[in-house]
Design a protein around this ligand. Structure first.
Ligand code: FEO
Ligand code: CA
Ligand code: CA
Ligand code: CA
Length: 596
């Protein structure tokens, strides 16, 4: 019977059992369907997807590969018509082409990959039963690795950003490795450029420690793009890589607009950016740098939000992330270090918790970092954060503010290097060595004030197999929670429940990843339940939790060791002997609201 376990509002569903199926699995009574998949045409007359005869021209007019972030932006008051904005984080050529020769990719294959990156804007219609279907509309748009972007903010025009193709240092072609993102209060999309380093070859020719700090050390890249466009060759174009690693902003309601890259939020492997508005109208953006032992950042704008939906208001609000102050977080634990021994077991005060501060890095042309100019802080932000003693975290992924309480939730995905020889050991916010499963941190700004420069924090979840003593589910009865590993994206439903998607790569006994929901308050706080699981080899990304429909991106289905287009282990979603295709999936329940 409904409400048998007194589920909090919005969470009345029977959890999905952990599994290894090549399928999306949803709770009993729910339906699901693919909304759009890699290769689906998004413009009238665009070619139908043909795996064996794909072309770059077709791909530029089709949905891209490996969708990660997704947003549903209503176009009208009924909510029946929306814009689905997704990004396409990266390409996996061995899964896109049969007989792929990684040593000798063809120009056509490389140009298909360029066109399969970036973002998509697609209009969708929500049917009465909850199902979503796509439409050709004037809003539909593809942004790829070659679409012009404007660099904005204090480092735009800097010598560090000038290239032979762009002596102004203000215009970049494309966006790469866009991971999570955010929807701004003014209706635009933010998207973080994450592992951009992998596209730039021949770093070794430069022996520049700043390249190494961002993971660029080698010669040839995996994809070999540097053979086809000199801008990907650091030996020939040393500054092109300085033009990636930003938070980008797109106005999806204006298909002719030029998207921007905000230098004021710094250059790092941005997982995401999420904005909240302070009572005085200034905006605060949080972002994580997703790599082992990297940092959490915050930006406070100088300007204030202009209310309203007018184009003038939106144009003003799109400048807010260009002028302000950038900070990095230092977390301090309150338990004796000896009680945080790397085992993940709770210290004697019963909580992994403490306080922290936001350390300023730069504001406008003013640097707060000894030995670095402001431009250097924005372009080499990791080095700036190193110098001021920020706290090295276990892969900061998505960060989002609770819509009712203002508490900030940060997914820390995992860090198997913690405690290894030569690496930092356990700290209270990162309390496990060889951390395979990650944790979810709650951060409360002092006095609940978004503009505060100090905060308190605690770990709400220490993830993994609940039967294991090194896990913690906010003190809830661990025999009743779903196992979860490697939290990646966080989202909230209208009741204020936290939803978490996972990217574990099978770290939890080879089980598939999923989307989980958990109350953050009340007696059921910590009662984590799996709402869906994704097919084998996939990660769950980009959850959007609506009143009547939940959407997720199913990224890289079938990507497990040893698999490829020549040897597919997944045939999701098309079935038969088809190749797996990254897709957006909608989940709904006919005639009922989600979780009710
Ligand atoms: Fe692309 Fe941090 O996940
Ligand atoms: Ca403590
Ligand atoms: Ca992610
Ligand atoms: Ca991920």
């Amino acid at each position: 019977p409904a409400h048998a376990d007194a589920s909090p509002p919005g969470l009345d569903f029977r959890p999905v059992e952990p599994n290894t199926l090549d399928a999306v699995v949803v709770p009993e009574g729910y339906r699901h369907e693919v909304v759009i998949r890699w290769g689906d045409p998004i413009f009238p007359g665009a070619p139908r997807f043909d795996f064996d005869h794909q072309t770059a021209a077709a791909q530029a007019r089709q949905f891209g590969f490996n969708c990660d972030f997704a947003a549903l932006l209503p176009l009208d008051a009924t909510g029946r018509t929306s814009l689905l904005v997704t990004n396409h984080e990266y390409t996996s050529e061995p899964f896109m082409f049969k007989n792929y020769d990684p040593e000798h990719p063809t120009r056509e294959q490389v140009e298909i990959a360029w066109a399969a990156h970036g973002l998509s804007v697609v209009q969708v219609h929500q049917h009465r039963d909850g199902r979503l279907s796509t439409r050709f509309s004037r809003y539909n748009r593809r942004i790829t690795a070659t679409t012009p972007f404007r660099l904005t903010g204090p480092a735009a025009g800097s010598d560090l950003l000038k290239t032979s193709a762009d002596p102004t240092g203000t215009m970049v072609l494309g966006t790469l490795n866009n991971c999570a993102g955010g929807v701004t209060p003014w209706g635009t999309i933010l998207s973080g450029e994450e592992n951009f380093n992998q596209y730039f070859g021949n770093a070794a020719a430069r022996s520049d420690p700043r390249l190494a700090r961002y993971g660029m050390t080698g010669t040839a890249t995996t994809r070999k793009w540097e053979r086809f466009d000199r801008r990907f060759d650091l030996a020939r174009e040393p500054n092109e890589a300085n033009r990636f690693g930003y938070v980008v902003e797109l106005d999806p309601t204006d298909p002719d607009s030029t998207p921007v890259k905000h230098t004021a939020l710094g250059r790092l492997k941005h997982e995401c950016a999420n904005v909240r508005v302070a009572p005085d109208g200034r905006v605060v953006a949080y972002s994580g740098d997703d790599e082992r032992f990297e940092y959490v950042y915050k930006f406070i704008s100088t300007g204030k939000v202009r209310p309203g939906d007018s184009r003038a208001a939106r144009r003003h609000n799109m400048t807010l992330l260009d002028d302000g102050r950038l900070y990095v977080a230092r977390f301090t634990g309150d338990s004796p270090p000896a009680e945080v021994d790397g085992s993940g077991r709770l210290p004697s005060d019963g909580r992994f918790d403490g306080h922290g501060e936001w350390i300023p890095l730069a504001s406008g042309d003013r640097s707060f970092v000894p030995g670095m100019t402001a431009e250097e802080v924005y372009v080499f932000t990791r080095l700036a954060a190193d110098k001021v003693g920020a706290t090295k975290m276990d892969r900061p992924e998505d960060i989002e503010t609770h819509p009712h309480t203002g508490v900030v939730y940060c997914a820390l995905s995992n860090n198997v290097d913690r405690g290894k020889p030569g690496k930092e050991g356990a700290t209270e916010p990162n309390p496990r060595v060889n951390n395979k499963h990650g944790q979810v941190l709650e951060l409360t700004e002092r006095g609940g004030d978004a503009l505060a420069l100090t905060f308190s924090w605690n770990l709400m979840l220490v993830c993994g197999d609940p039967a294991s003593p090194d896990t913690y589910f906010a003190g809830y009865d661990k025999t009743r929670v779903s196992p979860i590993s490697s939290p990646d994206n966080v989202a909230f439903d209208r009741h204020g429940n936290l939803w978490i998607s996972s990217d574990s790569a099978g770290a939890l006994n080879g089980l598939n990843d999923g989307l989980y929901a958990v109350p953050v308050a009340g007696r059921e706080r910590g009662h984590l339940k799996a709402f869906l699981t994704v097919p084998r080899g996939a990660e769950t990304c980009g959850p959007v939790i609506g009143e009547r429909v939940v959407t997720v991106c199913v990224q890289h289905p079938g990507e497990v060791d040893g698999a490829s287009a020549d040897n597919p282990v997944s045939h999701w979603p098309d079935g038969g002997d088809s190749q797996p295709r990254p897709s957006v999936v909608a989940v709904w329940r006919e005639g009922r609201r989600i979780g009710e």
